[in-house]
Every structure is written in structure tokens, then in C-alpha cells.
Design a protein around this ligand. Structure first.
Ligand code: F6P
Length: 321
């Protein structure tokens, strides 16, 4: 039977493992032979392709990261390496690809499709939630829960000491994690690339609360993409006059057992992706919009910028001014 290769690529995200398991099982049940690619796109080039069996995909759904491992492949940009990857698939009778990753990975696969006509389906997976056309990417809920737990913990020490804490959260260019976690954890300040912020008015708001309302601690969430963590920490210390500390949450945000939501979304995305390949679609990215699953041609995903949920932006604006 026709082979389908399953790859995880780019930054790892919780939910990748349940997606791999579900996709392999669903494909096998529907007449395709599932293969697993180890090491992302580099693994495709280096021929790390193994036929999936029950054992390889058992005991993985509760684990964070990706048991298939991942990479951000530079070689895949070169035609000769892509040709190598194509030969590795061809000799095994693999005619379809399922890629679980971010938009960089989708772009690479689109190039691969243009070169060799190899049909693929994409499942959006990145904690950044920055893929155009979908409201949700796998891994976001788990990352938000990791962040929420860290901020709750920092709040305990902040309120015990009359201190300000600046917490930098991930999101290469995207403020989604920062906005949602600032709201969920009741932060006073939130700085993101998407919402213009005004330190003067933020400073006045904080001073007013300190002088009139008994405020004696501050939580400020800063998106990685603003590169403002250090600056804001010094600014709170010097201008607002409250002792301030910076916590860069870093890669703890990428790990952890996938939440129930990410597991179920992984299953739904995987079924949609395998079905789209079976029905003959050749370069579709699965999307979840307004509560429903669908798919978009790769060009619509890669040529557009993600749009931030306007209701989240509206709620967050007061934290930026
Ligand atoms: O895209 C996911 C992400 O975690 C971003 O939030 C962050 O900017 C980047 O990856 C970090 O990359 P690396 O894991 O290569 O350090």
C-alpha cells in the first residue's frame, strides 16, 4: 500500500507526540502504510525513516516534546539535499507526507512539493501561535499552563516582598503567549510587539496605585519579541522606585506533558490531515477557525501574517497603557 511519512519539524511543541500516534494509527486503518521520520527534515535527508509499528507509537501520547525528534534544517534549503530526501522516500514507496510543525517547515515542504510533486498535509504546531489562518496551533495550551504555573509561583514571592517582577515569555515575534498569560495571571503590565505601549502612562498608573491604593508589588509580562526585559526591569527599579527582578522563563515553556486540550486537538488535527491526503489534497494546511476544522492551501498560510485575536488585544490594551 501507499506510504505516508510523518515528520515533526521546527521548534518542538507539546501535542506532537499524540499527533504522531493518532496519525500513524488512523493512516494504517485507512489503507496507508505509515512511516516515521526521525530528526525532522534532516532525518529525511539522512534516511532516518522507519516503518511505524504499534510499539514505536505506544507510550508516547502523554510525553512533551517530540519522540521523533526535530531540527531546523539548513540543508533542506539546497536542492541536492532535497533530491536526496526525495529518493529516500521514493525507494520505500512513500507518496505522501504529513508534517507537524511551524510555518518555516511548511515553506520547506512547499518547496519540496514544487520540486517533486510530493503531496503533503501540515498540522500547525508551535507554542508561538503565529501561523496565519488558524486560531490555534498545537502546544499553545500546554505552554500557557506552564507559564501560568510559573507566574503564580512568582506572584507568591513578589507579594511576600514588595517587589516588582518582570517575566519574559517566549514568542519569537508574536505576543500571544504574553497577552494570554498576562490576563490569566492578573499581571499589571503587558508589553508585546502588537500593542503600542507607553511607559510614561504605565509609570503614572503604577505610582498612583502605590500611593493611593496600597499597591506593594507589580507583575509585568514582557514578550520576548519586544527585547524589553532588561530595560523594563531597570526602568521599574529606577523610575517607579520599586525593587525589581527579571525572570526569563526560557525553554521550560516548551516542555511538559501535553494538556488534555492539546491531546484532543492533536487527534482532531491528525484525522483531518490524513483525510485530506486520502481525499487527494496535495498541499493543505489544517486550520482551526471559529471552532471548526478546515484546511487552507499552503500559499494562504505562508504568504499571510497571523492575526491576533481582537478580543484578546482589547482585554490586554489597558495593561500596555
Ligand atoms: O518558535 C518557538 C520558540 O520557542 C520561540 O518562542 C523562540 O523564540 C524560539 O523557538 C527559540 O528557539 P530555540 O529553541 O532554537 O532556542
Amino acid at each position: 500500500s501507499e506510504g505516508i511519512a510523518i515528520i515533526t519539524s521546527g521548534g518542538d511543541a507539546a501535542g506532537m507526540n499524540p499527533a504522531v500516534k493518532c496519525a500513524a494509527e488512523y493512516a494504517a486503518k485507512h489503507g496507508l502504510k505509515p512511516w516515521l521520520v526521525y530528526g525532522g527534515l534532516n532525518g529525511l535527508i539522512q534516511d532516518k525513516i522507519v516503518e511505524a509499528d504499534r510499539l514505536l507509537v505506544s507510550g508516547i501520547l502523554h510525553r512533551g516534546g517530540t519522540v521523533l525528534r526535530s531540527s531546523r534544517s539548513k540543508e533542506f534549503f539546497e536542492y541536492s539535499f532535497r533530491e536526496q530526501a526525495y529518493q529516500n522516500l521514493k525507494k520505500r514507496g512513500i507518496t505522501k507526507l504529513l508534517v507537524i510543525g511551524g510555518d518555516g517547515s511548511f515553506r520547506a515542504l512547499h518547496q519540496f512539493y514544487t520540486d517533486f510533486g510530493m503531496p503533503f498535509a501540515g498540522i500547525p504546531a508551535t507554542i508561538d501561535n503565529d501561523i496565519a489562518g488558524t486560531d490555534y496551533c498545537l502546544g499553545v495550551d500546554t505552554a500557557l499552563n506552564m507559564i501560568r504555573e510559573s507566574i503564580d509561583s512568582i506572584r507568591d514571592t513578589a507579594t511576600s516582598f514588595s517587589r516588582a517582577f518582570v517575566i519574559e515569555v517566549m514568542g519569537r515575534h508574536c505576543g500571544y503567549l504574553a497577552m494570554v498569560s498576562a490576563l490569566a495571571s492578573g499581571a499589571e503590565i503587558c508589553l508585546t510587539p502588537e500593542i503600542p505601549y507607553n511607559l510614561d502612562s504605565i509609570g503614572a498608573r503604577m505610582k498612583h496605585q502605590i500611593e493611593n491604593e496600597g499597591r506593594d508589588f507589580i507583575l509585568a509580562i514582557v514578550a520576548e519579541g519586544t527585547k524589553m526585559g532588561d530595560y523594563v526591569t531597570r526602568w521599574i527599579n529606577d523610575s517607579i522606585g520599586m525593587e525589581a527582578r527579571l525572570t526569563v522563563l526560557g525553554h521550560v515553556q516548551r516542555g511538559g506533558s501535553p494538556t488534555v486540550y492539546d491531546r484532543i486537538m492533536a487527534y482532531k488535527f491528525s484525522v483531518a490531515a490524513v483525510e485530506s491526503l486520502i481525499s487527494g489534497q496535495e498541499n493543505a494546511i489544517m486550520v482551526y477557525r471559529k471552532g471548526a476544522f478546515g484546511h487552507l492551501p499552503i500559499s494562504e498560510v505562508c504568504d499571510n501574517k497571523y492575526e491576533m485575536d481582537p478580543s484578546i488585544v482589547r482585554l490586554c490594551k489597558p495593561l500596555s497603557e
